[in-house]
Ligand binder design. Structure first.
Ligand code: ZN
Length: 487
C-alpha cells in the first residue's frame, strides 16, 4: 500500500451492534467447508510460508525475476486449489494473476477479490529478529516480509474458495481474482488494465483484504480511505556549493529559502495555507459525527503510545477526525548541503523537500497537486530558482455502508472472530480502490485482518495466526452470506 495504515491512520465509525452478539446458525454445507478449513490449517500455513519466501519486492528492478516467480507460484497454487481459468496477464511490468470460479449462476452476485503479491523492501535487515524472507512462527504470530501486507491476507481468499471446491460445495457466488504485483510501487499495470474496464473482471462487489482492525480487540470493516498526492520541490541557488565565509550574506541560501517556503505551508491553527485546499470537502454525516464522539480514544494514551509530548493537528477537530477524514500536508524528507559527520561551512547549491498530501472526499489529487505546486512557486523568493516535480497520486474513496457486500462482510467478521464489528474510514490510501469502484461500477468491501501492531512496511512484520485462520473462515462465510443477497 502505498502506505497502509497504522492505528494513527485509523478512524473508527462505530456502528456498534448494540444488540447482544447473536449466535448465527451456519447452514449445513458451511459446516463441511469450515471443517475442511480446520483440518487443513497446517497445510495452509505451510503454503503461505512458501509464498512468503519469494523476495517479490516490486520497487527493486533487480528482483523482477523473483516477482515473476512469485506470480507463477501463486497461479500454480490457485490451480491446485481448483480455481479455474488461472492465467498470468502480461503487462509492461509485473503480471496480474487472474483466476475464477463461475458456478453460482447469472442470478447470483459476482465478487472480485483484489490483492497484491509484491512486498515492501525489507531494509534495514539488521533490525529484524529473524530473516525477513525466512518466515518464522513465534508467539502465535507469523513473522516475515509481506505476512500482513498483503500475502497473508489475500491468501485467505484463495484457501477459502479451495475449501468450498474441495468440499464439493458451491460458494453460492461467482468468484474472480485479480492479484497484482506492483501495489507497493504505484499500481501502474493494474491502472492501465482497469482503464479499459475489462469485462473479464466485471463484478458486483470488490473484496479487498489489505487493511487493519481499529485495535487488537475491535474488529473493523473499512468503508473509506484517504487519497494521496505528492510533490518534490527543488530550490536551486548558486552553480556550486560555496564557502559560507566568502559568500555568506551576499546571496540567498537555497536551504534557508526552502525552510522559509515549507514553514509557510501551515498556519498557527494547523491548517494548510494552500489557497482552495479545503474547497469542496464533503461534510461528515451526523451519524459519523456521533460515532466520533462514541469512539474509544484517549489523546494521552495515543501520545504516550507514540512517545510524543502531546497530540497536534488542525484546530477544531479531534485526533480521530484529523487522522482520517481531514486533509493533511506532510513533509516526508528534506535534504541539501552537507549532512555527513562534523561540519562543512558551505552555502549549498540546492535543497530538496519531498511532501505528500492526504486528501478526503470532495478533493481530487490532480487539483490539490496543482494548487500546491502553484502556491509554492508563488511564495518562493525571487532570489532562487525553483522546480516542482509531481508524484503519482490517487483519489479518496468512500464505499456505501449499506451495500450488501459490506453487510455480508460485517456478519462474516462477527461470526469468524466472535467480535463486535465497527466500520472505519482509514487515513491511509490504496489508490487503486477508487479506480476499481469507478471503472467497474461496483462498491469496494474492505474486510481486513491486519493489526496496527503488524509492523507493515517496517522490520519484524507479522500476521497473527488466528487472524490468518479466522480470515479464511471469514472469507468463506462472506461468500455464503453474500450469496443470500440478490443481485
Ligand atoms: Zn498492501
Amino acid at each position: 500500500m502505498n502506505p497502509r495504515l497504522s492505528k494513527s491512520d485509523m478512524l473508527v465509525l462505530c456502528i456498534a451492534r448494540t444488540a447482544p452478539i447473536r449466535i448465527i446458525v451456519i447452514v449445513e454445507n458451511m459446516d463441511k467447508v469450515l471443517g475442511f478449513i480446520k483440518e487443513n490449517e497446517q497445510r495452509f500455513l505451510d503454503e503461505l510460508i512458501e509464498f512468503l519466501k519469494f523476495e517479490s519486492v516490486s520497487t527493486q528492478k533487480a528482483r523482477q525475476p523473483e516477482v515473476e516467480r512469485c506470480a507463477e507460484w501463486l497461479a500454480d497454487n490457485m490451480r491446485n486449489a481448483g480455481i479455474e481459468n488461472v492465467e498470468l496477464i502480461k503487462t509492461k511490468t509485473n503480471p496480474l494473476v487472474y483466476g475464477d470460479f463461475i458456478h453460482a449462476g447469472n442470478d447470483k452476485p459476482t465478487v472480485l477479490i483484489y490483492g497484491h503479491y509484491d512486498v515492501q523492501p525489507e531494509d534495514p535487515v539488521d533490525l529484524w529478529d529473524s530473516p525477513p524472507f525466512e518466515p518464522e512462527v513465534r508467539n502465535g504470530n507469523l513473522y516475515g516480509r509481506g505476512t500482513a501486507d498483503d500475502k497473508g491476507q489475500v491468501f485467505t481468499h484463495v484457501k477459502a474458495l479451495e475449501a468450498f471446491i474441495k468440499s464439493g460445495e458451491n460458494p453460492g457466488v461467482n468468484v474472480k481474482f485479480i492479484i497484482e504485483g506492483e501495489e507497493e510501487s504505484g499500481s501502474y499495470a493494474m491502472t492501465d488494465y482497469l482503464m479499459g474496464s475489462p469485462d473479464k473482471i466485471s463484478c458486483d462487489a470488490i473484496l479487498i483484504s489489505d487493511t487493519s482492525w481499529f485495535s487488537d480487540d475491535i474488529a473493523s470493516i473499512t468503508y473509506g480511505l484517504r487519497g494521496i498526492t505528492g510533490l518534490e520541490i527543488k530550490v536551486i541557488g548558486p552553480n556550486r556549493d560555496l564557502h559560507s565565509g566568502t559568500y555568506g550574506g551576499g546571496i540567498e541560501n537555497p536551504l534557508n529559502a526552502l525552510c522559509g517556503i515549507v514553514s509557510q505551508l501551515h498556519d498557527r491553527y494547523g491548517r494548510v495555507t494552500v489557497p482552495g485546499f479545503y474547497d469542496g470537502i464533503q461534510e461528515l454525516t451526523q451519524q459519523e459525527k456521533d460515532n466520533f464522539a462514541s469512539l474509544p480514544h484517549s489523546d494521552a494514551e495515543y501520545a504516550k503510545d507514540l512517545d510524543v509530548p502531546m497530540v497536534h493537528g488542525e484546530a477544531g477537530w479531534g485526533t480521530l477526525e484529523r487522522i482520517s477524514v481531514r486533509p493533511t500536508l506532510d513533509l516526508n524528507g528534506m535534504y541539501g548541503g552537507y549532512t555527513g559527520d562534523g561540519h562543512k561551512s558551505i552555502i549549498p547549491s540546492y535543497a530538496v523537500a519531498k511532501m505528500t498530501m492526504r486528501i478526503v472526499p470532495g478533493q481530487k489529487w490532480e487539483d490539490i497537486q496543482q494548487r500546491t505546486a502553484d502556491y509554492i512557486k508563488a511564495i518562493a523568493p525571487p532570489t532562487v530558482k525553483i522546480e516542482v516535480h509531481p508524484e503519482h497520486g490517487g483519489n479518496p474513496v468512500v464505499a456505501p455502508l449499506d451495500s450488501p457486500g459490506i453487510k455480508a462482510a460485517a456478519k462474516a467478521m462477527e461470526v469468524a472472530f466472535g467480535k463486535q464489528v465497527v466500520f472505519t474510514r482509514e487515513g491511509g490510501s490504496i489508490p487503486i480502490v477508487e479506480l476499481f469502484q469507478d471503472k467497474l461500477s461496483a462498491p469496494a468491501v474492505m474486510m481486513g485482518f491486519g493489526l496496527d501492531s503488524d509492523n507493515i512496511h517496517s522490520p519484524n512484520e507479522k500476521f497473527k495466526l488466528t487472524h490468518f485462520y479466522g480470515g479464511i473462515n471469514a472469507s468463506a462465510i462472506f461468500m455464503d452470506e453474500y450469496s443470500k443477497s440478490s443481485k
